[in-house]
Design a protein around this ligand. Structure first.
Ligand code: DGY
Length: 318
């Protein structure tokens, strides 16, 4: 509608960055997450034309989107969009955008950080120092190493390739599992995850969440990874059967795990917190101020482009 300032609902934004970026193009409403939520939504729902969604924990399902009869676009922060029912949105003419590419290198850096922390047990060394134990004796040596070990990537999108490039530089052999081989990727492809799990020392997950990948890593895959195996999850908690993982870590079916993501974030199972042989990050894959600001900007740019009649900049794939 010409001349109308679009009303945008911010879902889950805690930082002012995006608000500053949006102000010139919108009338803003910030979703109240407390008990006032329904009353607040009833008051604004008829006006809302866009959702700016900040955090993957917000479920943007059909029931939620249906509350906004004028909804045109959902601009989501982050590359993964398994928290949004994009198929339903597409069927109802609602555009969904995400923030790809601007975060690839940052997430790949974090993946390498988590991998090294886990394999070489680096957080344990830091705890040792902080506990004042260094003067009493050397830090106990890590049992695992990256030397002569193979890493199997589950997923080989842009971030997967950025991780593989880093592993190349470390001299670590890489193989990968995806449903279909990518002819442009110079690594051995495994069509069957179980086969790859048997052949590698580290499984590193970097693939989309959602129904198609739910519990892909189950008890059988962990068993195949074996007692020296290490699981690194940079994807989504839903990709791993979390109870099977806890059981495998307890029974030492696998050696250890490094987890950036969990099934029910921000809840982390107490069983994992209690374990010394796991490294746990608070879903910080893209988490530098620099990269988060670029992601915020892309959320804003998608909305600005849409409301200027130029279409979305980075719509999610059909
Ligand atoms: C992403 O971009 O999908 C990250 O996991 C943060 O949500």
């Amino acid at each position: 509608m010409a001349g109308e300032t679009p009303d945008i609902l911010l879902v889950g934004h805690s930082k002012p960055v995006i608000v500053g970026g949006l102000t010139p193009i919108s009338t803003l409403h910030r979703l109240i997450e407390a008990e006032d939520k329904d009353r607040f939504l009833a008051g604004v729902a008829d006006r809302i034309r866009a959702l700016a969604v900040a955090y993957t924990a917000n479920k943007i399902d059909a029931a939620f989107m249906q509350r906004f009869p004028r909804l045109e676009i959902v601009s989501s922060f982050g590359v993964g969009y398994d928290h949004i029912d994009a198929a339903w949105a597409g069927r109802h003419g609602i555009v969904v955008t995400n923030t790809p590419e601007v975060l690839d290198e940052e997430v790949a850096d974090t993946a390498l950080g988590l991998l090294l922390c886990t394999v070489r047990e680096l957080p344990r060394a830091e705890r040792h120092l902080r506990a004042g134990k260094w003067p009493q004796g050397a830090y106990p040596l890590s049992k695992a190493t990256l030397r002569n070990r193979r890493v199997g990537l589950v997923g080989m999108g842009r971030i997967g390739r950025a991780i593989a490039r880093r592993l190349d530089a470390f001299g670590v052999p890489v193989v990968y599992h995806t449903r279909r081989a990518n002819p442009d990727v110079p690594y051995r492809h495994y069509p069957v995850l179980l086969d790859m799990a048997r052949d590698v020392d580290v499984l590193l997950l970097i693939l989309p969440g959602g129904a198609a990948t739910r519990n892909l890593v189950d008890a059988a895959v962990l068993e195949a990874l074996g007692p020296d195996g290490i699981l690194i999850n940079m994807a989504r908690g839903s990709v791993v059967d979390e109870q099977a993982l806890i059981a495998a870590l307890r029974s030492r079916t696998i050696f250890s795990a490094g987890l950036d993501v969990f099934a029910d974030e921000p809840h982390v199972p107490p069983e994992l917190i209690a374990m010394d042989h796991v490294v746990l990050f608070p879903h910080l894959g893209s988490g530098s101020a620099h990269t988060r600001a670029r992601m915020d900007q892309l959320v804003v740019d998608n909305l600005a482009s849409w409301f200027a009649g130029k279409g979305p900049l980075t719509p999610v794939p059909e």
